[in-house]
Design a protein around this ligand. Sequence first.
Ligand code: SF4
Length: 322
Amino acid sequence: MQWKDLKARLLAAGTVQLTGEPADQYIARSAAGPGAGGIGSVFFAMGSHRVKLALSPLSSIEIAHRGNGTADLFFEGQRIYGHLLEPGFHCPDQAFITVTGSCIFSCKYCSVPRIGGKRKSIAEIREMVESVHDRIHAISITSGVLTSIEEEEAYVLEVVKNLSSCNLPIGVSIYPTATTPDRLKERGVAEVKFNLEAATPELFSRMCPGLDYGLLWQVLDRSVHLFGKNRVFSNVIIGLGETDAELETCIKNLTSHGVIPVLRPLNPVAALAGTPRPSAERLKKIFAIHKRALAAAGLDPRQAMTMCSNCAGCDLVPGRDA
Ligand code: SF4
């Protein structure tokens, strides 16, 4: 089975049970992204390819850890040899840190408001980065919203200021104000990700009450102007109820504006628990559309230095997975 087909099927399933030797050092416990607040996830790799799967003792897919990271994946009667990747923070090779683990908004697909985590102090974040500095190549920062969008932005700017002396590229993904791109650029941030989340404005207003789709487009355009080609990203979730045609239009709009879409299969949690995950066939169909749109716009996710396009654990990424 080709890697792209295997990864599409694994992402459609979403979970794995972990057996064999103790594997604590390989388990990522996330405060953001798919699997946030769950019992943890693992990164299974074959050569330079990787996939992140949430741990579930009920999963029909098994990864048996043989020791020192060597692992066998048992999937649909096949045994696939690979290895587990050790996360820095949240994902391999990066310190990807959630600054504030709670949120005043209540987007329907997001479990962060329910987790109700605390805000990390700047000293705590600095200590986290230093503890993995020898095995990461980037720092990525995301955050919920503790009291207001403006206050969160100001705090994240202080975090970035403190981390700039680590001499690693920094990527930031927060809910923005109109001036967030300019302020992040002034602080030396290398890449930004502002998430449209939904393929259409109608779906966005249903999924993210109180947030502004038009502002996100405005901020993405300003970001491309400031940060340049292959440095601006936007998550769009596959499986919120959009059609393939709506998703294709959204993908082409983003790429024609110079933004790399990060197409994230729905992880049905929070208010969307019970919603079906997108099928492997749909993921592959969208992947082909994504690949063509990126090529037509001259964009390349392999150039990403930080965040999800660099990690490639949770999505099919053109250039990385084909
Ligand atoms: S792809 Fe993004 S959300 Fe998924 S593990 Fe990697 S950095 Fe985290």
